[in-house]
Design a protein around this ligand. Sequence first.
Ligand SMILES: Nc1ncnc2c1ncn2[C@@H]1O[C@H](COP(=O)(O)OP(=O)(O)OP(=O)(O)O)[C@@H](O)[C@H]1O
Ligand SMILES: CC(C)(CO)[C@@H](O)C(=O)[O-]
Ligand code: BAL
Length: 287
Amino acid sequence: MQTVHSVDPLRRAVATLRKAGPLALVPTMGALHEGHLTLVREAKKRAASVAVSIFVNPLQFGAGEDLDAYPRQLERDSALLEAEGVDLIWAPTVEVMYPQGFATNISVTGVSEGLCGAARPGHFDGVATVVCKLFQQVLPDVALFGEKDWQQLAVIRRMARDLDLSRPHADRILGVPTVREADGLAMSSRNAYLTEQERQQAASLPAAMKAAIVDIEAGKDVKAALQALETTLLGSGFSAVDYTSLRDADDLTVLDSRSPRPMRLLAAARIGRARLIDNMAVMPSNC
Ligand SMILES: Nc1ncnc2c1ncn2[C@@H]1O[C@H](COP(=O)(O)OP(=O)(O)OP(=O)(O)O)[C@@H](O)[C@H]1O
Ligand SMILES: CC(C)(CO)[C@@H](O)C(=O)[O-]
Ligand code: BAL
């Protein structure tokens, strides 16, 4: 496994790997957990070589967010990726990614608005800009992202379609189902911010979402189900709810009632120092 920190060595490493066949990219911000390693394992099934990027992207953090506190543990991450048989780690510095004079912003409208886009202004511009750069730098045949960040996946797919990207083609941007802890909490690097008590309380997020989905699928009024979900979260240790929302799974249109198309329940809520997000499928009304 090779680790590179600047663009020229990256291009050389990628050119060598390419000779062996298709190349997969797994973009991350490091502080790796089983969720990330699942993306790597899925990548290995789909390509001859796997590159993982590790870059805590300042552009996607708002003022007052946790850019400085975000865990950085390259040595530990490298050992985990080596054990998975990853071929290449792309770990640029901020100066390499955004050299003096960098002035480009990629902004995807529509799917980036509302939900996390409303709670974190500018966040998805930062994500789209860095992911577009990562795609251009590595030119992967396939790229893998977690469904945990459902809106992010929609934004990246929209960008790839709108810009006619060929490496990867929008159809080769793959979503991997959320990997969860035994109590249902979605794995996330930010779970490390939680105290022991908060960690236990955090499991009420997926549990309350599942209960809301049972109600919605049973025909309960969507607004009432979302209200009950928020009340449960605020009564179980969460200090604030950024949003709970029922959306079309693909275009993220707001839904006030069940739809015959695939739907998604999405939520974001704050507990202790962490802001946790989650999302789950809701059965279409004709099933
Ligand atoms: N539990 C998970 N299951 C599947 N994929 C995941 C999971 N957690 C993160 N990922 C995916 O891993 C990739 C890198 O995510 P990132 O490095 O931000 O990790 P994270 O755990 O989501 O961190 P954060 O706490 O910042 O949200 C993204 O595509 C993300 O969706
Ligand atoms: C896709 C990503 C690596 C871009 O910085 C990040 O948003 C993440 O880790 O989900
Ligand atoms: N996994 C999403 C990255 C972020 O929250 O900034």
